[in-house]
Design a protein around this ligand. Structure first.
Ligand SMILES: Cc1cc2nc3c(=O)[nH]c(=O)nc-3n(C[C@H](O)[C@H](O)[C@H](O)COP(=O)(O)OP(=O)(O)OC[C@H]3O[C@@H](n4cnc5c(N)ncnc54)[C@H](O)[C@@H]3O)c2cc1C
Length: 482
């Protein structure tokens, strides 16, 4: 044991994986693998996977990504290990077993649980210059100034991609206290998810999706993205891959750029490229102000909705609201772990405006259903669709209007709710179904009016405007006003 320690302790590099589960354009992996000895570790922290919005379906996707990565690492004569425990325990393990090692990781903007652990971990090593952390995608950890954020983002997107690590000639041996990914996978159970139809993870899968999107599926993207049935095919479907980092945003951005001038789908490509920017723009807000996980962007909005009505929230999240289009969206989301932007916004708007439920309670319930749960995007979008940012005009979606606009013949709704298959689309859109279907849990028009009046009564005051100005300076996109 002692001999083994001495053998490792001088030159070994430790590479930690949290997200960014890919071989290419992965700076921590590339630079960390440059030493003669390197150990690649995925940190599995059970408490993290039970924290705010995290779920088994996300973990299942993560396992796919790790399997694919392990295979690729094996081809380079490297192993993937798992450390079971939190970052604080990992720091102790590193100090005990590899006191001279260098540590490499990629930054991740994540929920408070991870952030707290990460802070303690960094502190443990910072004074010895043993740790290198690389910035993630376009998130800027040192520059929170929105005036030049966007131009920096474009510079980052145009930087060269980092190649995969080289093939290693080092002998492969297993450090004590770690388990191989292979045995971890056998013992770790993502609860029985066989009946649901979520996307496959892994870098290969991500590349296939990107190519099929850029070459074919992008045709009509900007107009088809609003309908839940068309969006399934016409959106890129890259979101879980971007969340778990099987592709880097930079790599996607550069593939888009290559095609920009020659593609017959320029308008659609442009619309897609804009969203890659939004991805980082939203995550940057949580990076700049981690308190947003629990507190509204505009401080005067937290007292608007104080108490949760558990029964209403249960009916909403289970898709038993009595409004067929909304319920169909929930059924689809449960089954696929994904739904398009417009429907996510409508689902959230219904919970926050019509049901008047505090977003802090509904946000994690919804997040758990998304395989692509990205706290920075999710929480900021939830706040936006709840009218609590102060910098976005409140938009209350009408579930009835969305129903007839997005699915005029109600074919998609019927595909999700079998019991409505013989019902006239008009009755479905108007949610006039009497005893055939769930009783409506709310009066849609009256609740929307009440919500609008309440929100606007707060927004009118001068204090509100002053605080909103500060929110804009801290988080607002400068692009819209350019
Ligand atoms: C309430 C709510 C919660 C959301 N939660 C998440 C989440 O947890 N994770 C997530 O990735 N997206 C979230 N979104 C944004 C958006 O709905 C998804 O990114 C999109 O539906 C994913 O499908 P896609 O990859 O096919 O998207 P595409 O339309 O193909 O877009 C490509 C990529 O651009 C980014 N993107 C697209 N739209 C947005 C947007 N409005 N804001 C920020 N980035 C965007 C995503 O990374 C996406 O993968 C949320 C939106 C709302 C309204």
């Amino acid at each position: 044991m002692r001999l083994k320690l001495l053998k490792y302790s001088n030159a070994v590099n430790i590479i930690l994986l949290h997200k960014n589960l890919r071989l290419s354009d992965n700076p921590a992996l590339y630079f960390g693998c440059k030493a003669k000895e390197s150990i690649i570790i995925y940190i599995y922290d059970k408490n993290y996977w039970q924290s705010n919005g995290k779920s088994q379906r996300q973990f299942k996707f993560c396992l796919d990504c790790l399997s694919d990565l392990e295979q690729k690492l094996n081809e380079l004569n490297r192993d993937l290990y798992v450390f079971e425990g939190d970052l604080v325990r990992l720091a102790k393990w590193i100090n005990k077993n590899f006191p001279q090692s260098k540590i490499f990781l990629n930054q991740s903007t994540d929920i408070g649980y991870y952030k707290d652990q990460h802070k303690k971990f960094i502190k443990e090593f910072s004074s010895f210059k043993r740790l290198t952390e690389y910035e993630d995608f376009g998130i800027q950890t040192k520059n929170h100034n929105r005036d030049n954020w966007s131009s920096n983002w474009h510079k980052i997107m145009n930087q060269s991609l980092v190649p995969p690590p080289d093939i290693s000639s080092a002998k492969r041996s297993k450090p004590s206290g770690l388990i191989t990914f292979e045995s971890f996978k056998k013992t770790s159970s993502a609860e029985d998810l066989n009946n649901i139809n979520i996307q496959l993870g892994g870098e290969n899968e991500a590349k296939k999706l990107l190519m099929s999107f850029l070459e074919k599926r992008v045709d009509g993207y900007s107009s088809k993205m609003s309908s839940p049935s068309e969006a399934e095919y016409s959106c890129s479907r890259l979101s879980p891959h971007i969340t778990f980092g099987t592709l880097s945003i930079k790599a996607i951005f550069q593939e888009v750029q290559k095609r920009m001038n020659s593609s017959p789908f320029r308008k659609d490509l442009y619309s897609f490229k804009k969203r890659l920017h939004w991805h980082c723009h939203f995550i940057q807000k949580l990076e700049t102000e981690p308190e947003l996980e629990f507190k509204s962007m505009h401080s005067m909005c937290d007292s608007l909705r104080e108490k949760e009505d558990k029964e209403l929230v249960e009916k909403w999240i289970s898709g038993e609201t009595g409004f067929p289009f909304l319920d169909a969206c929930m059924t689809y989301l449960r089954q696929h772990g994904w739904i398009n932007f417009r429907m996510r916004a409508m689902i959230m708007s219904f919970a926050s405006y019509n049901l008047w439920q505090p977003w802090q309670e509904t946000s994690p319930r919804l997040a758990e259903l998304f395989v692509d749960y990205e706290p920075g995007i999710h929480i900021c979008q939830v706040q936006m669709q709840s009218g609590v940012t102060g910098i976005n005009l409140p938009r209350i979606y009408s579930v009835l209007k969305q129903s007839s606009d997005q699915d005029p013949s109600a074919i998609w709704i019927k595909s999700q709710i079998n019991s409505l298959k013989n019902i006239d689309p008009k009755n479905i859109h108007e949610a006039e179904l009497n005893e055939i279907y769930h009783k409506k849990i709310i009066d849609l028009n009256a609740s929307a009016k009440k919500a609008r009046d309440t929100i606007w009564s707060v927004r009118k005051g001068s204090d509100f405007k002053r605080i909103a100005r500060d929110v804009y300076l801290k988080h607002g996109s400068r692009l819209r006003r350019a």
